[in-house]
Design a protein around this ligand. Structure first.
Ligand code: AGP
Length: 606
């Protein structure tokens, strides 16, 4: 999704801006641009496609200027072309913007009536003209305050001015933004990863705030333009490595890293000497919580759904699961005895963040399960459970999914044990099984050859279905999501028992259907549902776990057997072949696996 970089320095900034934009590439975008200020004029270059295209532009290669802003754009208003790419500039002002201005049409009408001419189809351009208009009568601070107050919607902004050779303005409402501090230079960035290559000293802007970045100091203001003080945080100075190593794609690497993700999570949370789970500083008494509400988007939502099955199995808590974009606008009944759990890899997903803000405004108990611990969701929730899986670059979430469900499983186990819903003996047995899980996932990873052959049938089909019951149902949804986002094949995840209530009509001769039927309490029921689709011509790929008992069905097209463990841990193993199926299917089609079309890694607009 969109990303912002700004640098105010006493040396030329264009190369550093381009390098930082490259660090933002993993977010998913469709165009890029840069503007620098030199000798009282703003020079702007924009290009469609990758940052590489921008870098190759001869004007950029010779660009001078010690102050500048750069942007990668993920289109919301207007086509993904170079005209709509950011920055957008008037004669006086240049702006980069993440987010959506909801009242842009009205503002544009007003600005056109004042004689302003628009070049692009974007909502961002109204900000440029609004500042330009306000500057006619106000000083910089007042024109920014006035402009921000006129905007409805969400934004993170980077702004430079023709007449201000030592000033970048950053402003935030809804979309993340941070300031970084360097030697004789200061930075603006929408993502601490991008800033981390230049500094580990960071200040995060809160909603409604803006800042004035000069070469030697930074000032912060609240929404009324009144100066405020902000803390400088020191992040770990180790820059996380994220090269592909010997892998063709980040996704392939991230799938293979999953045993390490699990080992790290287990090491972090399991107290092996006392047979316990450490959830340090859990801020609530156990009897203060009788309901858990889990909230997320996409894959993180599937993690929440998975957790529902575990919480219901291991505790007597009431459990609700919600999609963040639905939760935030529903008439919810907020209850003091509910723990609201927000699940997000990036910790910046706009809908999940808005759902968290809503719960906070109602003074609810909030906890987040995140990968990026410096993120807005982590910073704003009362209690954080990090998943420790390292940076995830592939837009399709893989290791973060296993990381999230591990933490949620540990939380369910711990709460079940503390509430005395789970006896010590069973608790110990489950901890013992957990310790073996990373090795079992490792063994399950070696199924590539078979999956590669199978993926061809999926690529040749019009569509496919993924079926599961109980613990396997959220995994079926996740498998279908992975296939559709990577290989653009229509894939539907469904509870196997629901098929005859409608979707069975979709089944036709040769349609590939994945059936997840591990040997758990649902096994026989799922096998019956599988027979119903086979009888109607489906080509069934059965994914089950190894067992001494024979599979009780015939006419199955292909079977994959994952390793064996306790029923509640089988979802971890079932996930692996589905990730690989999506990967190989996209690989055969020659698609951009790490950056699928239309998608972004961090969804910072609603
Ligand atoms: C997963 O493969 C997706 N790309 C997507 O559904 C993602 O999980 C979702 O956007 C939520 O992101 P988050 O975990 O960063 O909040």
């Amino acid at each position: 999704m969109c990303g912002i970089i700004g640098i105010n320095s006493n040396k030329s900034v264009s190369a550093s801006i381009i390098n930082s934009l490259k660090k933002l590439e993993y977010r998913g975008y469709d165009s890029a641009g840069i503007a620098t200020l030199h000798a009282g004029s703003i020079n702007e270059v924009k290009s469609e496609g990758r940052v590489d295209n921008l870098e190759k532009n001869s004007v950029v290669q010779n660009m001078v200027g010690t102050i500048g802003i750069g942007h990668v754009r993920w289109a919301t208003h207007g086509l993904p072309n170079s005209i709509n790419a950011h920055p957008h500039s008037s004669q006086n002002v240049s702006v980069v913007h993440n987010g959506i201005i909801e009242n842009s049409t009205l503002l544009k009408k007003f600005l056109v009536s004042k004689g302003h001419k628009f070049k692009s189809q974007t909502d961002t351009e109204v900000i440029v003209h609004l500042i330009t208009e306000n500057l006619k009568t106000e000083n910089i601070i007042n024109s920014i305050t006035k402009t921000l107050k006129s905007l409805h919607g969400s934004f993170a902004l980077g702004i430079i001015f023709k007449d201000q050779p030592d000033l970048i303005i950053g402003a935030r409402r809804g979309s993340p933004l941070a300031v970084g501090y360097g030697p004789n230079e200061n930075y603006l960035g929408s993502d601490s990863y991008a800033l981390k290559s230049m500094t580990n000293k960071i200040t995060y802007l809160s909603d409604g705030e803006f800042c004035v970045i000069k070469k030697d100091h930074v000032e912060f203001f609240n929404e009324d333009g009144i100066k405020i003080n902000k803390k400088v945080l020191e992040l770990s100075s180790e820059e996380e490595k994220y090269d592909k190593g010997d892998y063709k794609h980040f996704m392939a690497k991230e799938i293979e890293e999953q045993p390490t993700t699990l080992k790290n999570g287990i090491k972090e949370y399991l107290d092996t000497s006392n047979n316990d789970i450490n959830i340090f500083n859990f801020p609530w008494k156990i009897n203060e919580i009788s309901t858990i509400t889990l909230i997320g988007c996409g894959t993180a939502y599937h993690s929440c759904l998975m957790a529902k099955y575990w919480f219901e199995e291991l505790t007597t808590l009431n459990v609700n699961v919600d999609i963040a974009s639905e939760f935030r606008y529903r008439k919810n009944r907020f209850k003091k005895d509910t723990l609201y759990v927000f699940v997000s890899q990036s910790g910046e997903t706009a809908d999940t963040y808005a759902a968290l803000s809503l719960c906070k405004s109602k003074e609810m108990k909030t906890c987040s399960v995140v990968n990026v611990i410096e993120s807005s969701i982590a910073r704003d929730s009362e209690f954080v459970l990090p998943i420790h899986c390292g940076i995830e670059i592939g837009v399709a979430s893989t290791k973060a999914f296993l990381g999230q469900i591990l933490i949620l499983y540990l939380l369910a186990l711990k709460l079940g044990f503390l509430r005395k819903d789970l006896k010590r003996e069973l608790f110990n047995k489950k901890l013992k099984d957990l310790k073996e899980l990373p090795d079992l996932v490792q063994q399950t990873l070696s199924i590539d050859n078979k999956i590669q052959t199978i993926s061809k049938t999926f690529n040749d089909a019009k569509g496919s279905m993924f079926l599961g019951r109980g613990f396997s149902y959220p995994i079926a949804l996740e498998g279908a999501l992975k296939l559709k986002e990577l290989s653009y094949i229509h894939a539907e995840g469904y509870p196997a028992g629901e098929m005859k209530h409608g979707p069975l009509a979709l089944i036709e001769e040769g349609m590939p259907v994945v059936v997840l039927a591990p040997r758990d309490d649902y096994y026989k029921k799922t096998i019956s549902n599988m027979q119903e689709v086979i009888a109607r011509g489906a080509k069934v790929l059965l994914i089950t776990n190894k067992s001494k008992d024979e599979i009780i069905s015939e006419n199955i097209w292909e079977t994959i057997e994952v390793e064996t463990t306790g029923a509640d841990l089988l979802p971890f193993l079932l996930t692996v072949p589905l990730q690989k199926l999506a990967y190989y299917s996209a690989l055969k089609k020659g698609y951009d696996i790490d950056k699928p079309r239309n998608l972004a890694k961090s969804v910072t607009v609603e």
